[in-house]
Design a protein around this ligand. Sequence first.
Ligand code: DLL
Length: 448
Amino acid sequence: MSHAPAVGLENRCSADAPSQADFLPWATLRQQQDARLRNTVRLAHDKVPLYRQRFEAAGLTPDDVRGVDDLAKLPFVTKEDLRDAYPLGLFAVPMEEVIRLHASSGTTGRQVLVPYTRADLAVWTEAMVRTLTLAGVGRGDVVQNAYGYGLFTGGLGVHYAAEALGATVIPMSGGNAARQIAVMRDFGATVICCTPSFFLQLIDRAEELGIALRGLRLRVGVFGAEPWSEEMRQRIQQAAGIEAFDIYGLAEIVGPGVAAECPVHCGLHVLEDLFFPEIIDPASGQPLGEGEVGELVLTTLAKQAMPMLRYRTGDITALESGECPCGRTLRRMRRVSHRCDDVFIVRGVNVFPSQIESALLAVKGTLPHYQIVLTEEDGVERAEVQVEVTPEMFSDRIGVLEELQDTLSRKVAQAVGVHLDVRLVEPRSLARSEGKARRVLDQRPSSG
Ligand code: DLL
């Protein structure tokens, strides 16, 4: 294909010799981004009717985009556009060139079909090799991959990269917590990959089985696919004696492998030679500056089958370009606190679950299992935060529980700016997740 973006697997790396692409001087990186963007724009314009129409409507030709500084001229692509184009409308190559299909989770409405050419899979593996390398995973590691295998990108995304690194892969997929624990112990897993909420389930199950995770070989967790707070990281690290890394990605762009933490844990390095990030004001669509919190917009720089120009992710974060002690020059994004559509409104105040999570888990006596139930009675909206407390706390005097409830109500109100009812519940009484957790149970009549 003539204007196929040329990215290969020249960047094979290991924890001792990370990819050079992570350390490029700014000017070199910018040149590469500009060249790759020009290719991508040309491909999208020439092969995908939606892009061509949008360019024409805006009075633009591919030549108007000379580099990433021109990106703001281009219209956004939204999830709605992808759904309208379902299933094949945004493909830039014929199906014979597509060697794999995945799909976005489709939690809200129709899912999005995501095609990969052979070169796209090589790009994805490169991105995930770099991601796992950031977490210090490599040859000699035994990687228990408990992300779901299938249309979800987590399973195969981790799988091929871990193999490419020369690690030993245990392709567990999600679910079956008891079996996961037995395998972890018997096969000597050193790395676990899954959603943070599923790992919480594994912690519980290990305890039930009388197996001390801290006594196993497990040393690293590679967690993502859903929001989780710093307090949750602390709880997980403490319970399992591991170092927990946050990884971010989405099917529409590639899957996991868009951004990942290094051992400094101060934000996620965006693999911006492959995926160019912008932050915009979600209401006005205007670009925001460094450090400003807004919606992440991503442009693929090296994808063939479904190039994405300015895709609105719906994820809220901020970009930072300060030097990272790890030496990588790639900009960092803050952990994704929530999606635009995770926000719920209580008495006029915008609230999102991870604010509540941080407040709850900062207090001793709580367990990292909570749920927010939204109801409406006579037109009045109510949000109840249910949180499990430790068995010791639960068997203690009523007064102690009341005190804890008061403390939590206060902390939550401070964090979110409005009073929410907090209810303490017994350990193991809330539903557990095998994939992405559902923190908010919306029982309001309007929620359908
Ligand atoms: O969740 C890809 C993935 C797999 C990422 C495994 C990390 C690990 P989707 O199913 O398309 O893809 O869902 C993408 O999940 O837009 C975010 O809202 C959310 N998300 C993903 N990673 C994180 C994270 C995979 N680290 C959507 N923190 C994204 C917060 C995340 N939210």
